[in-house]
Design a protein around this ligand. Structure first.
Ligand SMILES: Nc1ncnc2c1ncn2[C@@H]1O[C@H](COP(=O)(O)OP(=O)(O)OP(=O)(O)O)[C@@H](O)[C@H]1O
Ligand SMILES: [Mg+2]
Length: 208
């Protein structure tokens, strides 16, 4: 399905991601480093203080550590270049962790074959697609278990939930965006699902 509107939307999203990357770097490199430097100064100060004052400094240092850790976490979640920097397998692990943190009670399992390396462009698209699929599985499937499996040129997201009618028109944008992202990056996308029988969505690197 050709759609200039969806293509423009995807371009806009890419621009937003580039902006997010800048904010992430600023947070991590600037704010994070200044706070770390403050921590070091405090450590030097501590030497000439009474025991009670020194204890207070330690408390301030602990608070600083918490703030630094939070800044790093926000910076990580904004960093869409994660796939390029750390590889698709690692980026998928982060998605699974974020899913678990949402606390739906569903089991999210990952099976990543060692040493899998997809080219950057399709890997980035696959990462965004899996983000949507995971969100769908968590919101709509009522599954007990969600599995993400990366092996060779195949990436699969499956759940043992209620399944759905993939041909039915919906007002949702998620699957529409997935189809467009897949098409742009020459990824195959196959949806295997039936009401009451779970869902398997398979992505394949083109040509395989
Ligand atoms: N894993 C799944 N299990 C059960 N139903 C699903 C699953 N994935 C998608 N669906 C169904 O397909 C519909 C369309 O999904 P889609 O991602 O396109 O839209 P959405 O999730 O409803 O909205 P949006 O993604 O825009 O927030 C969903 O509303 C849901 O009914
Ligand atoms: Mg959705």
């Amino acid at each position: 399905m050709e759609s200039p509107v969806v293509d423009r939307l995807l371009n806009l999203l890419s621009e937003t991601e580039a902006e997010q990357g800048k904010v992430a770097r600023m947070l991590h490199d600037d704010a994070g480093q200044v706070l770390s430097a403050i921590g070091l100064h405090l450590e030097v100060l501590r030497g000439g203080l009474t025991a009670e004052q020194s204890e207070q400094i330690v408390e301030i240092q602990q608070l600083l550590e918490t703030v630094i850790a939070r800044i790093r976490a926000v910076s990580r979640s904004l960093h869409v270049n994660l796939v390029e920097r750390a590889g698709l397998g690692f980026a998928l692990e982060q998605l699974a962790c974020q899913g678990r943190e949402r606390g739906s009670g569903m089991m999210i399992q990952l099976h990543i074959a060692q040493g899998e390396r997809w080219p950057n462009e399709p890997a980035h698209a696959a990462y965004r697609i899996v983000g949507e699929l995971l969100d769908n599985a968590m919101r709509h499937s009522a599954a007990q278990r969600i599995e993400i499996r990366l092996q060779g040129s195949t990436l699969e997201v499956r759940d043992d939930g209620r399944g759905f009618d993939a041909e039915k028109k919906t007002t949702g944008l998620g699957l529409l965006l997935c189809r467009h992202l897949a098409k742009r990056s020459r990824l195959g996308l196959a949806i295997q699902t039936k009401t009451g029988q779970g869902t398997i969505i398979k992505l394949t690197l083109h040509g395989s």
